[in-house]
Each structure stands twice: as structure tokens, then as C-alpha cells.
Ligand binder design. Sequence first.
Ligand code: SF4
Length: 351
Amino acid sequence: MTRPGFTDCLERVRENPDAAQEDLVFLLNNESPKEDALLFAAAADVRDRYCGARMVLRGLVEFSSYCGNTCHYCGLNRANGKAERYRLTPDEMVESARLVWDAGIHTIVLQAGEDGMPAETLADVISRIKSEHDMAITLSVGERPRADYARWKDAGADRYLLRVETTDPALYASLHDGRTVETRLACLDTLQELGYQTGSGFMVGPPGQTLDIIAQDIRFLAQREYDMIGIGPFIPHPETPLAHAKTGDLKLTLRTVALIRLTSRNAWLPATTALGSLDQDYRVDALRAGANVVMPNFSPADVKKKYEIYPGKRCVTEQTGACAGCMAGLALAAGLELDYSRADSLKRVPV
Ligand code: SF4
């Protein structure tokens, strides 16, 4: 059964990506498997029309688990004395890029906590990778001064991921000590001004998040025209202030993915590792709800387990690069073609 008005509401959001706040809340707030099926099918259809029916691969390398920040939801926050800390050497990072390239994948994502690595060190790594491989480099290393972002862009970085987590100032403040959403937004603006293909996103289900806030953040991401948008469920980590909070709701997360697809249309949208790390792997469900990116982990095998943003993280015991072998199965299950290309932003290509 669908609720009265559901079909019209879905049609309005599908036809006009500048969706009304109340329509998004209406679609998020449903308990009906039938409505979910219709919403997910509409999102998959938009994905296929605007991006092609393909699942793009990005090789992920988590190069440092040190972090000076204290995000309340994250196991790497600096107050967690039990976190295992490591930092790859520049040579190890370049070697990891070679493994990604050898697997046929043309994008590497270099991710770390806010570990204070000197900008010049990372710039050298970027230059070395670029000189060896024709691959896109995505950085995800948090808030840094404009000069650092510019230095890395000059060195050859193509993309940057920085989740906004929420545009609601009160919710943002409740999850972060000594940080403001204004600073976060300023970093995102700087990245776009510098010409980075820019990714953002948020998690679904942290304490204090409401459907209104989710809808507001979906609208924000669409209006800013981000090239990539990552959405995953909140998963409580036992060594954080949110240890006893509830895990984010799976269906609400999938509805959020689908509505991001309907409103941000040609953005790259990962089926996040967090969605693969709940009671079972739900990444195929995300792909069926409009996602189109998967990020196999190419961190060295001995450090994978130490990058514990949340517990139960998927694929941390496999050998480096082994995940690449599972990708064909995911794509097949979702009815998508596997794509190893750079898959640059589609925002600047007429569709
Ligand atoms: S989310 Fe990122 S910045 Fe925040 S504590 Fe974790 S690693 Fe550090």
C-alpha cells in the first residue's frame, strides 16, 4: 500500500530536483515496503539516465589513523587512548597507489584523520603518484588552511572529500568540540573555488538528527552541486561519547541515498563501507537505491584494522587489494556494469 499523495509527491521530486522540504520529509517518513520499492526504483532510473548503469571503483588508502580532532562519533578521535595509531611513509603511500593502478583502477582516495602531516610531504606524494600513473587523486584529510589545499591542487590532486555532517548549527555543535559549521562550509567553498571536484555528505542517525534536518541537508547538497556525495549510517563506537547511542536506521539511510540521487542527479554516490558493516552487507541495496561507486580498500593489510572510525568495519582482514575481486559480484547483483575509469565529475558535462 502507498499513502494518499505518495505518487504525486514522488513525481514532484523526480521532476524537480529543487525539491520542497515538506516533500522530502514526507518521502523520508514512510514505513511501507511498497513505497520504498517505488522510491528506490525511481532513484536507480535517474542514476542510469544521468550517470549510466555502472558501478565505478575508487581505490581507498587510509594512510594515517592519527587525528587531532574530537568528533564524538569517531573512534579515531584524539581522546580515544585505545585507538591504534599508525602513519604510512611516503614510500608506502606511493606503493599503495601502484597496487591500485595494477588492479586496473584509475582513481586513488588518500584518506586520513587530521594528523597534521606537513602540506609539503603530502604534495610530494601526490607529485610522485602523478608522475608514475595517469590516475585521479582524491584527498580526504579534513579541515586545512587554504594554502594547503592550493598546494595540493598545484601538485596534481583532482578531488577532495569533506563531509559537512550537517548544516544544522546546533546539531553540528553537539557532535564536535570547538568546531563550527561555518568553518566547515568555508573549507568546502574554498575547495570548490580552487577547482577541486568536491565531495561532501553526512551520516544518518546520530543523536539529535531529525527528518527535517536530513531534508534540509539533502537540499543543501543539491544546491551546492557537489560532485560526490557520501551517505552512511551512524554506527556507535564503544570508545566515544556516543557509545550507547542507537545505530542509524538502515531503511532511512537507503531512503536518504535515493533522495540524494533524485535531487543531485549526476553526482557520484558511494555505497559506503558503513552500509556494508551493519548486521550484513547492504551495499547492493544502496546500489539498487541509486548509488554508483564502491571503494575497495587498498591500505596495507597490517594497518587496515587500525583505521577504526566505527566498529565492525567490513573487509579489514582480507589481504591488500583482495576486495577488488568482490566488486564484480556486487555490480552483477545490482545489475550494473563495472567501471574502472577515472570517472571524473559529471557536473560539467551536459546531460
Ligand atoms: S571523523 Fe575524521 S576528523 Fe573527526 S575524529 Fe574521526 S578521523 Fe578525526
